[in-house]
Design a protein around this ligand. Sequence first.
Ligand SMILES: *Cc1c(COP(=O)(O)O)cnc(C)c1O
Length: 379
Amino acid sequence: MPRPILATIHPAALQHNLSRCRLAAPDAKAWAVVKANAYGHGIERAYAGLCGADGFALLDLEEAQRVRDLGWRGPILLLEGVFEPRDLELCSRLNLWHTVHCDEQIDMLAAHKTNVPHRVFLKMNSGMNRLGFTPERYRTAWARLNALPQVDEISLMTHFSDADGARGVAYQMQAFSRATLDLPGERSLSNSAATLRNSAPTSDAALSPEDVVTSDWIRPGIVLYGSAPDYPQHTRTDWGLQPSMTLSSKIIATQSINTRDSVGYGSTFVAEKPMRIGVVACGYADGYPRVCPTGTPILVAGVRTRLVGRVSMDMIAVDLSVLDDAGVAVGMGSEVTLWGRASQGTVLDIDEVAHAAGTLGYELMCALAARVPVVTEAC
Ligand SMILES: *Cc1c(COP(=O)(O)O)cnc(C)c1O
C-alpha cells in the first residue's frame, strides 16, 4: 500500500466557485486565473471545472501550451506578458494575448514579424508599484502601441493592492479612471477580492459605493479554489464557496501518553492529562507548513481536533482525546483531513490552517509537494 497521503481535486467545486464569481459580476467576462499550475491543483486537473470561463490567464508560456493541448481554443492571457523577443513567436503561434507593462515589451513588439496582429492588455501601475506604466506615462504607451501594425485591440488593465483590506480600491480606481477616461477598449481590473466586493455580505458597513468595481474582464484566482480572499474578515462560507482541494491522510500509529509526557521534536507539547495521540502520515515534506503550532485544527474521521507538537518532515501528531471522550472509535487507518472535505462531509477550510501558519490559503495550495499523489474526483 502506498503511504496514505493524498490530495483530491474537486472539479464540481471549481465549477461552482466560477459561477459564484459570475454572480458577483454578471455582465463581465471571466478569466480563470490558472498561474502556478492552477494554484497547485494542476492545470489538467482543474481544466474540466474551469472550462466554462471565457479565457485562461497565466504566466508561463509552457502553461499556455498545456492549456492549448487540452483543446482550449478561446482566449489565453499572459499576465506578465513576454520576457524576451522570441516569446512573441509563440504568442503568434498559439494565439496568446499578452500584457504589456513596460517600454521594452513595446520595443519587442515593434520588432516582431507577424501577419496576425496581437491583442494586448496595457497595464497601468495605478499605485501598487509592481508592473505597469504610471498614469502619467500610460497614454504615451497606448499611443505607441496603437501605432504598431503588430497590435490589434488594446485593452486596459490594472491590479489592486488592497482589494482584500481596509485601504480598499478607491485610490487606484481614481488614478485608473482619470487616466483612461476617453481611451477606448475593454477594461480588466478585478481580482478575486475586488470581484467579491461587488456582492459583499450585507452586514458589511465597511464597504462604500466607490468600492464597487466594474470590469469587462474579471480576473478571479483564489476564489475559484474555494479560499476567502479576505479571511478572517470573511470566510469561505460567508462567500458561498466550496473547497476545490482536499489534503487527506491516515493515522499510521497511536500512542497512549501520561501527564507530563511530551510529543515530537523539541518536546514542545507536554500532556496535561493522560491522553491518546494519533501519528499521521503527513509532514512538511508534503507541503503541510512546519510552522503550524499546537492547536492547529485538523479533522480525524471528520471530527475536529488539533495538532500537537512540532510538524516533522513526514509526520504530525493529533490529539485523539476529543474523539475518545466522545466515544468515536478511531485508531490506525482512520481518515485524517489536513484541509478540505472529509469523506463524511465535514469541511476544514484551508484558510484556517493557513491562518494558524501565519500565511494564506494561496501559499498552502501552491506548496503542495510533488511527492503527494493527486486524484481528481469524478464530476
Ligand atoms: C494572480 C493574479 C490575479 C488573481 O488574483 P487572486 O487574488 O487570486 O484573485 C489577478 N490578476 C493578476 C494580474 C494576477 O497576477
